[in-house]
Design a protein around this ligand. Structure first.
Ligand code: S6P
Ligand code: ZN
Length: 198
């Protein structure tokens, strides 16, 4: 083998993903984001409070991971599951982040449900790509990404990205996202943000 080993040496391993349920089995890390974790993110803050008053504190999304060392050379992988639902007329979504090392790209592969990945750059470019079972979305370096479930069942996707990428939520918390996904008049609308929420 050529070259010096500069990252943790691991034995090969494999994990199962139940493709019917779209669940990573035996995941070792499980992150849950509930409505109360999403305060400040949706356009209609009052609608989020109403939803919590009516439904308790429903789960908005979960991430299942079997971690590897967060080091250059390794690849982190996970499944994310975004619940169906709306806050007012805005679809449930993830917080969204840049990678701390902004040159780190990411691949999403849709396993279940449908929705969109909203993306933005720090210099004001925006894009969105459709997510569905069997569809791959490439999030290039420098693009912040947020996932939105526009369907009626959980939207689940597999993610893989450089394990040392890190996550930067602070910039989105400050800048907000320049577009949002709504159900209006029975139709999906992805429109520019008008100021409220992140
Ligand atoms: C990680 C990858 C996903 C998200 C997950 C939750 O780089 O993009 O696993 O972490 O979809 O979204 P967020 O924005 O709360 O991290
Ligand atoms: Zn990411």
């Amino acid at each position: 083998m050529k070259g010096r080993k500069t990252t943790t040496f691991l034995q090969p391993f494999s994990v199962s993903i139940d493709l019917e349920k779209a669940e990573m089995l035996q995941a070792k890390r499980h992150l849950v984001r509930k409505a109360s974790d999403m305060r400040g993110y949706y356009a209609d803050e009052a609608a989020l409070e109403r939803l919590m008053a009516e439904q308790g504190d429903p789960v908005h999304y979960e991430v299942f991971e079997t971690p590897v060392p967060e080091e250059h050379g390794h690849l982190m992988y996970c499944t994310s599951s975004v619940q169906p639902g709306r806050v007012g007329d805005e679809y449930f979504m993830t917080k969204g982040h840049y990678h701390e090392h902004t040159e780190a790209a990411e691949i999403y592969l849709g396993l279940r449900g449908e929705g969109y990945v909203l993306m933005k750059t720090a210099d004001g470019q925006t894009a969105f790509e459709r997510m569905a079972r069997g569809r791959m979305v490439y999030v290039p370096p420098y693009w912040a990404h947020r996932s939105v479930n526009t369907g009626s069942e959980p939207m689940v996707f597999f993610c893989v990205y450089p394990a040392d990428a890190g996550h930067n939520y602070g910039d989105i918390a400050q800048e907000g996202f320049p577009m949002r996904a709504f159900l209006r008049g029975g139709n999906l609308e992805i429109v520019p943000s008008t100021g409220k929420g992140r």
